[in-house]
Design a protein around this ligand. Structure first.
Ligand code: GLN
Length: 295
């Protein structure tokens, strides 16, 4: 029996958008093609390929892993099961990093009490940026792409993640130094103007780990297996020697209930309270906390 595009889509229980995206992926066609060719008969291999993907999706596998792609900050990134799927809230960390690098933080629409007055408008030339736990490389690539004079280093403990990050750097023509390292351990005595990180910040008992996409993502990219704060402690404990003083910033993404604990950690490791700040995400939740080391 011949199966048309419309037959196949109608027979599939997934939401419309998802089944269309999966069929587009199998056929390598734009969405409009599915509509204008809805009576086209499909080959058995095409049907099988679609059904395999659809079944994985029905079992909960994230769309991003099935398609091997996720858009982030208007760029398309390769993703696979070795890396966290980039989240929209992390785009705010890119924006803030760029703002820091451009030395223009604190505009009317973007309050962040982090950049001291004295540093505003003082654009850094060829600033050195470090992304800790780069995963798919989204932070490193987006920062480099939008601030090309930055010298960007990206580290991850996972060689598989680094492989993906390197492919994304190549895809977007970004010259980035990659280092396999547990946080700062292999960074030697290098210093930076800006250190960014979106570390695993869920506590191991967090119920979200058992839900939705997170079930399929690398656990070590999501939880520290301690209390969700261990990466921040670990990094802040050692970070001072890696910062150009008096201006370098450390910016962390974190869970919406962690801001206060992280601000305390910044203070505990030598940042002064007026130079520590928290920013909310678009949903109004505390999402990024950072500190500037002034002396
Ligand atoms: N924001 C992610 C989530 O809760 C967690 C990402 C992370 O651990 N860095 O889905």
């Amino acid at each position: 029996m011949s199966v048309t595009v419309a037959d196949l889509l109608n027979s599939c229980a997934l939401p419309n958008l998802e089944k269309q995206m999966l069929l587009q992926y199998v056929l390598q066609v734009p969405r409009i093609w599915l509509i204008t060719h809805d009576k086209d008969v499909l080959a058995t291999e095409q049907i099988d390929a679609f059904q395999t993907l659809a079944q994985k999706r029905l079992n909960g596998c994230p769309m991003a892993y099935l398609l091997g792609e996720r858009e982030f900050y208007s760029l398309s990134f390769k993703v696979n099961e070795s890396v966290l799927i980039p989240r929209p809230e992390t785009e705010e960390l890119v924006a803030l990093s760029l703002q820091y690098l451009q030395g223009i933080a604190g505009s009317q629409t973007f309050h962040f009490p982090l950049i001291p007055q004295a540093l505003q408008g003082r654009s850094l030339t060829a600033p050195r940026v470090l992304d800790l736990g780069t995963g798919s490389g989204v932070l490193a690539v987006c920062i480099k792409k939008h601030f090309p004079s930055a010298q960007v280093t990206a580290v991850d403990i996972s060689d598989r993640a680094l492989q993906v990050a390197k492919e994304n750097a190549t895809r977007h023509h970004c010259d980035i130094s990659f280092v396999q390292s547990n946080w700062l351990d292999e960074i030697g005595d290098q210093k930076f103007d800006l250190i960014v990180s979106n570390p695993p910040y869920l506590a191991p008992q967090d119920e979200h780990l058992m839900q939705g996409d997170l079930r399929f993502e690398p656990q070590q990219a999501l939880t520290d297996f301690v209390d969700g704060l261990q990466p921040y402690r670990h990094i802040l404990e050692r970070v001072r020697q890696h910062l150009f003083v008096p201006h370098a910033a450390v910016l962390f993404e974190h869970g919406w209930e962690q801001a206060e604990s992280i601000r305390k950690l910044f203070e505990q490791y030598g940042f002064l309270a007026p130079n520590i700040g928290t920013l909310r995400d678009l949903a109004g939740r505390d999402r990024i906390t950072g500190g500037v080391m002034l002396d």
